[in-house]
Design a protein around this ligand. Structure first.
Ligand code: SF4
Length: 330
């Protein structure tokens, strides 16, 4: 869901957009109990024949999905449209980020059938665009990069018209080799989420490094400028407005094309608390500022997730690049 843009023109417009963003309360001011979700967060319970069909297919092919593992609020809507994000390299992550519901532990061996099963799922679902993500696999010498390559190759063979978006981990300490191999396989979109502002990394994303993530995306663009790059942040974790603006600037200096922003939701009481429910109006204001900073595309709403409406957004992304190139040519 992309909300209507708030038009930003000149300094006045920029300041107006900034004022739409609700100031975020200091974490210490928040109550200890879980906050009640506001009305704009409520979603329909997942059900229906197509939803069950999508679920059945994933089980039959032995595939994991981030939709289920991350307890995504959009699963009812997405699976009813047969949009599922496959999570490769198993269901167990080697990291323990404070926001993420995926289980942590020692993962099992990599499934050699997973690439073809992923491609078979894309073919059966008739997907024009697929998003593939994975758990972190710090235990593997290549961090799991070769499995991403195998999945891309299987998809190109089996369903050549499906466009491919990958959402990868940071491949910490092995990023350069991982990027080189994945970029050579030519996904259409390379996504890696910064997740939050750098100040919150030690508590929210302790196994990762903000600038390493940024460099990864910059490096993808340097290797192949034709690949769209994408990144996202969750809001409501205690970040300040100007810190979010700084993240946008950092992303633009890494030439990232597409920014997604969504509300962080606490998956269980053991995870990081929601510090603030950012209003839809404030999401619109952030989007306006991001557009003014030069992103090709911005998706910003409480329920925005990296892969939410990814197919439609990919079409918009391509159109935006075409329009930009046309302006340069004139
Ligand atoms: S938004 Fe993404 S993760 Fe959530 S249900 Fe939809 S496809 Fe799955």
């Amino acid at each position: 869901m992309i909300r209507a843009a708030v038009v930003v023109s000149g300094v006045d417009g920029y300041l107006r957009a900034m004022n739409e963003i609700t100031p975020i309360a200091h974490p210490a001011a928040q109550p200890e109990t879980r906050q009640r979700k506001p009305d704009w967060i409520r979603v329909k319970a997942p059900m229906g024949a197509v939803y069950n069909e999508t679920k059945g297919l994933m089980r039959r092919l032995g595939l994991n999905t981030v939709c289920e593992e991350a307890a995504c609020p959009n699963i009812g809507e997405c699976w009813t449209k047969k949009h599922a994000t496959v999570m490769i390299l198993g269901d167990t992550c080697t990291r323990a980020c404070a926001f993420c519901n995926v289980k942590t532990g020692m993962p099992r061996a990599v499934d050699a059938l997973e690439p073809q099963h992923t491609a078979d799922a894309a073919a059966e679902l008739g997907l024009e665009h697929i998003v593939i993500t994975s758990v972190d696999r710090d235990d593997l010498p290549d961090g799991g990069a070769s499995q991403f390559v195998k999945v891309i190759e299987a998809l190109r063979r089996t369903t050549p018209h499906t466009t491919i978006e990958i959402l990868t981990p940071d491949f910490r300490n092995k990023a350069q080799a991982a990027i080189e191999s994945i970029v050579t396989a030519r996904p259409d979109v390379y996504n890696h989420n910064l997740e939050t502002v750098p100040r919150l990394y030690p508590t929210i994303r302790p196994g990762a490094r903000y600038y390493a993530s940024l460099r990864l995306l910059e490096s993808v663009k340097r290797h192949d400028p034709s690949i769209f790059t994408k990144s996202g942040v969750m809001l409501g974790l205690g970040e300040e407005r100007l810190e979010v603006h700084q993240v946008m600037d950092d992303m633009r200096s890494a030439d990232i094309d597409f920014l997604t922003m969504g509300q962080y939701l606490q998956p269980t009481p053991r995870h990081a608390k929601v510090q603030d429910f950012v209003t839809p109006k404030a999401f619109d204001a952030y989007a306006a500022i991001a557009r003014a900073k030069g992103f090709l595309l911005v998706a910003s709403s409480p329920l925005t997730r990296s892969s939410y409406h990814a197919g439609d957004d990919f079409a918009r992304l391509r159109a935006a690049r075409e329009a930009k190139l046309a302006t340069v040519r004139v």
